[in-house]
Design a protein around this ligand. Structure first.
Ligand SMILES: Cc1cc2nc3c(=O)[nH]c(=O)nc-3n(C[C@H](O)[C@H](O)[C@H](O)COP(=O)(O)O)c2cc1C
Length: 192
């Protein structure tokens, strides 16, 4: 089965991103098409980009960059669980993307965004050119969660998914599985 990484893009204490990511992780496991792993950017705690060489060269010097490269290289598909900050996506997510290049290429990526009324849709639009620059394949289907704070349990550790969220998650995972399969031969073909 292809490996899917569910990347949690909010790193702040008390983030709703953790329960949202945990919900999506469970949904992805239940879906059954992937080996699923959660990748928490708060745990990775990558420093601000500090590599001397362009990531295209894959000549990493820092232990953290080498570890991050090995981790992402092993993925076949990704889901970014991301809040909207000031009409865009989070700085730790941009940093994590910028560290690498070939490791992301020709792999599908689904977006699970959340926020207030706009449900993180502006963050989704803002990140798409970045994903394309890395030759990733961002999917048209996504999960959009409006007013996410209203879905939180009293202790903040869980979220109560809506029927819409469940349905969007299934569609996203179905598409991701198709694209993961379709893009695999492309990654195995040497570039001309
Ligand atoms: C720095 C910052 C900027 C924010 N900007 C937006 C925004 O542009 N649009 C929005 O819908 N919510 C915005 N919010 C509210 C977030 O959607 C809400 O705080 C959410 O819980 C953030 O996700 P997190 O808890 O996983 O970090 C912002 C929150 C923060 C901390």
């Amino acid at each position: 089965m292809p490996t899917l990484y569910v990347i949690i893009a909010s790193t702040r204490p008390g983030r709703v991103g953790l329960p949202v990511g945990q919900w999506f992780y469970r949904r992805a496991v239940e879906h059954g098409a992937f080996d699923v792993e959660a990748v928490d950017l708060a745990e990775w705690n990558l420093p601000m980009m500090d590599e001397p060489n362009h990531p295209r060269m894959r000549q990493y010097e820092g232990e953290h960059a080498l570890d991050w490269s090995s981790k992402i290289d092993a993925g076949d598909a990704y889901v970014l669980v991301m809040p909207e900050y000031n009409f865009s996506y989070t700085a730790p997510l941009k940093n994590a993307l910028d560290y690498l290049h070939q490791e992301w290429q020709y792999k599908p990526v689904g977006l699970v965004s959340y926020g207030g009324l706009a449900a993180g849709t502006r963050a989704q639009q803002a990140i798409k050119p970045v994903l394309l620059a890395l030759k990733m394949v961002p999917l048209n289907e996504s999960v959009m969660i409006p007013f996410v704070s209203q879905l939180r349990s009293e202790d903040g550790t869980e979220i109560e998914p809506t029927a819409q969220m469940e349905s969007m998650a299934t569609t996203l995972l179905d598409e991701l599985a198709r694209w993961a399969l379709a893009l695999k031969p492309m990654r195995e073909t040497p570039s001309v």
